[in-house]
Write a protein that binds this ligand. Structure first.
Ligand code: TXA
Ligand code: MG
Length: 333
């Protein structure tokens, strides 16, 4: 990997660089370099109608790019930034249209990672989608960026991403605010904070269908959520002992990965692994650990030619569990 200093220099020269954040790695370019912004789309194979998040080191750095910054935005920024929250506001004329994919709104975020903040302070604002090929799971380690882009992108290695899931995206253009993508900062928490400044957040998740329907209206739109996302090549299924045993009984023995997060299920699977040594097993000590490792295990599964991934079920009772559930559900099929 390259140093933060080197990244600052190269971003200033109009290069695309992968940077660590607390959620996932970002593929970043300076908002002042239109060619670099365009090459992010080419590198990722990303549809041109999918806008990018503008990242900054401070509110001051981001304010010139938005219109209508209110007390409610400020209250949320104070409460959650730096952190895994993305706010969508009306875009100012300073935002290059390639960043917003032609929308009149822009997504902004201050990430909570010391190297990202150092880079942003000197080279920001930076537009950065997740640093993966379009359609692949997000990158949570520097090596994942290398796997997807090879020599084409230099990476600042900031260790394994602490959270492992993408930020909560909140449409905060007019009331009611809406959650476009759940994340570890939950709707309740954001709703309470916004309420302190007399702004309502509609906690109903915005499903992909409504997003498509909303494309013509002035309603919340998150183009990214209509694309296939977070997906390994392997088939992902919720754990079911009967399906697993059918799989293991198949003379073709399709290669299987089982992901567990409770002790009970862990020991059941460990017993099965003794009889079926070709089966892989990953265990997370908690749902936090599952979030942190999910994309890594998806990627490992593809490298090991895994055919089916079984993931132990859980209830979406916390914001983290809800966002994890959201990402896994998108891959189940
Ligand atoms: O945690 C994260 O948010 C990571 C790190 C690198 O910051 N970034 C990330 O970016 O996940 P990306 O591009 O993979 O996902 C951003 C999502 C997409 O679904 C995109 O469509 C949506 O945010 N988005 C961006 N700008 C928008 C806008 N103006 N209106 C609606 N949705 C927007
Ligand atoms: Mg992405």
């Amino acid at each position: 990997g390259i140093s933060a200093q080197e990244a600052i220099r190269r971003l200033g020269d109009g290069e695309v660089i992968a940077i660590p954040t607390e959620t996932v790695y970002g593929l970043a370019a300076s908002v002042q370099h239109p060619d670099a912004l365009a090459s992010i789309f080419a590198l990722k194979g990303r549809p041109k109608d999918n806008p990018m998040i503008l990242h900054g080191a401070s509110i001051e750095q981001l304010l010139p790019f938005v219109e209508g910054w209110s007390e409610a935005h400020q209250t949320c920024a104070d409460a959650f930034w730096p952190g895994p929250l993305t706010l969508i506001l009306r875009a100012s004329r300073q935002v290059p249209s390639i960043v917003t994919a032609g929308l009149d709104t822009v997504a902004i975020r201050i990430p909570n990672h010391p190297m990202a903040l150092e880079i942003l302070e000197h080279a920001g604002p930076l537009a950065a989608p997740s640093a993966n090929l379009s359609g692949s799971p997000s990158a949570t380690k520097a090596s994942h960026v290398l796997d997807d882009f090879g020599d084409a992108v230099a990476v600042v290695d900031g260790d394994q991403a602490a959270i492992g899931l993408e930020s909560t995206v909140v449409w905060a253009v007019v009331e009611p605010w809406r959650i476009l993508r759940p994340g570890v900062i939950g709707a309740d928490e954001i709703g309470h904070t916004a309420q302190a400044a007399n702004i309502n957040l509609d906690p109903t998740p915005t499903h992909d269908e409504t997003v498509q329907l909303a494309l013509d209206d002035q309603k919340p739109v998150s183009p990214g959520t209509i694309y296939r996302h977070y997906t390994p090549k392997a088939r992902v299924m919720w754990f079911d002992i009967n399906l697993l045993e059918t799989n293991l009984g198949d003379p073709e023995q399709p290669r299987t990965l089982v992901v567990t997060h409770t002790e009970e299920r862990r020991s059941q699977i460990q017993t099965l692994t003794q009889k079926h040594p070709s089966m892989l097993h990953q265990h997370a000590e908690s749902l936090d650990m599952l979030a942190k490792h999910l994309y890594e295990w998806y990627r490992d599964a593809d490298q090991h030619n895994i055919h089916t991934i079984f993931i132990e079920r859980f209830e979406a009772t916390t914001p983290l569990a809800t966002s994890l559930h959201n990402r896994i559900s998108k891959t189940v099929g």
